[in-house]
Design a protein around this ligand. Sequence first.
Ligand code: SDX
Length: 436
Amino acid sequence: MSKPQDNAAEGVANITIAGEGHDFPVMQGTVGPSVVDISKLYGQTGYFTYDPGFTSTASCQSKITYIDGDQGVLLYRGYPIDQLAEQSNFLEVAYLLLSGELPGRAEYDEFEHAITHHTMVHEQLHDFFSGFRRDAHPMAVMCGVVGALSAFYHDSTDINDPYQRLVASRRLIAKMPTIAAMAYKYSVGQPFVYPENELDYTSNFLKMCFAVPAAPYKVNPILSRAMDRIFILHADHEQNASTSTVRLASSSGANPFACIAAGIACLWGPAHGGANEAALNMLAEIGTADRIPEYVRKAKDKNDPFRLMGFGHRVYKNYDPRAKVMQQTCHEVLGELGIKDDPLLEVAMELEKIALSDEYFIEKKLYPNIDFYSGITLKAMGFPTTMFTALFALARTVGWVAQWNEMIEDPSQRIGRPRQLYTGHTHRDYVPLVKR
Ligand code: SDX
C-alpha cells in the first residue's frame, strides 16, 4: 500500500522541436502513468501541445480517486469501490472523499448530524419551482435551483475562507437530495415532502420522493440500501467531464453553488451522466432480444451516429468495476420487488452477451459502463427515466465538492485558460456593405 505523496521528480523528457532539444521534468505519482510537465513548453519553444478531448492530458494532481482503465480498478482514497459498496455507506464515503480518511465514531456522528440538520432548503426556494412547466426535465430544474442557492447562502460563498468552504460543502451535500426530490415531486404534481431528521440520508431521500400526505410511508430497507450503494458507485470518478467543469468554473473564483450548477449542466449530456436515461430508452426502443442484431449493426456503422448507450468509456478498456456492482444490485432490487423476467433486463443481458462476443466491441474494448444497468434498477424502484441523471448528480455532488476543495487548497492552481490551434482567417480589412 502506497501512501499519498506530492509528485516525485522522475527524470526528464527530451522533446526536439525544429532541430532543437528541450528537457521537461517527468513527475511520478504513487501509482498510474507518470506525467511530462510541459507547463513551460510554450515559454521555451513558442509551441502549444494539442490534445482535443484531453485523451493524454493530466489537468491537475489529485489524491482523491484513482482509476486503472486497463485493469478495471476504481479506488476512493485508496479503498476499492467494491469493498466500499459492500461494507460502507454513502455518508461515510462522502466523509472519506472529503477528508481523505475513514471517520472514527465521533467524527462520523458529527458529520452525519451536520448533514442531517442542513437538509432543509430556504422556504422561498419552493417558489422557484412554480416558475417551471410541470414537464420541465428535472435536470433543467436542478441546474436552475442549485445555481440559485448562490442567491440565498451569501455567508458561504467566500472560497478563500476554509470555514465557509466547509459550510458550503455540507450545505450542498445535505440539500441535493431535498432539491432532487422536490424536482421529482413537482414533475408529478405532488406536494413537496419535508426532510425527516430521524431517517438516514438515503431513507430520507426515498421518503421525500415517494411519500404522499394521504397515506403513511415506510421506507423499504432493502431498497434504501440499494439506493445508498448506487450513490456510492456514482460519488466520484477522477477528472471526468463534469468534475473538470466544476474545477474550471471554480478556477475563476466563482462561488461553489454556481460551480456545482455548471457540473450538473455538463453531467446532463447523453455521452456522460445522461447515458443512464439514454440507455434505458435504448433498451425500450430495442424492445425484444430478436431486434438486438439490428442495433448492434447500427452501433458498428461508421455512418450511423447511433451508439450503444451504457457501453464504452474514455478510461475503462475493461469492465467498469461499478457496472458489476450495479448489475448485482439490479438483480437484488428486482428480486426484492418480485419483478421476474423484466423484459428490459432480458434485453440488456442478451445485448451485453452479444456485444461482448462481437469483434468490433472486443477490438475497441467497449464494455458496459455504470450506466448500463442503473436505469433498469432505478425504473424498478419507481423513478421515471428523466430522474436518472438527477440521481447521478445528487451522488456526484460529493465528488465535485471534494475535488473543488482539493483544487482551492492546491497552491499551484491558477485560472484554467487553454489555448488553441488557430485555423481561421489571418488579418483582412473591413469591406463596407455597399462594396460587397
Ligand atoms: C460516464 O469520464 C467518466 O469517468 C464518465 C463517467 C463518470 O463516472 O463520470 O464514468 C460516467 O459518462 C460513463 C459513459 C456514459 N456514456 C455512454 O454510455 C454513451 C455511449 N458511450 C460513448 O459515447 C463513448 O464510449 C464515450 C463517450 C463514453 C467515450 O468516448 P471516447 O473515449 O471519446 O471514445 P470514442 O468516442 O473515441 O470511441 C472510440 C471508438 C470509436 O470508433 P472509431 O472512431 O475508433 O472507429 O469506439 C467507438 C467509437 O465510434 N465507440 C462506440 C461506443 N463507444 C465508443 N461504438 C458503439 N457504441 C458505443 N457505445
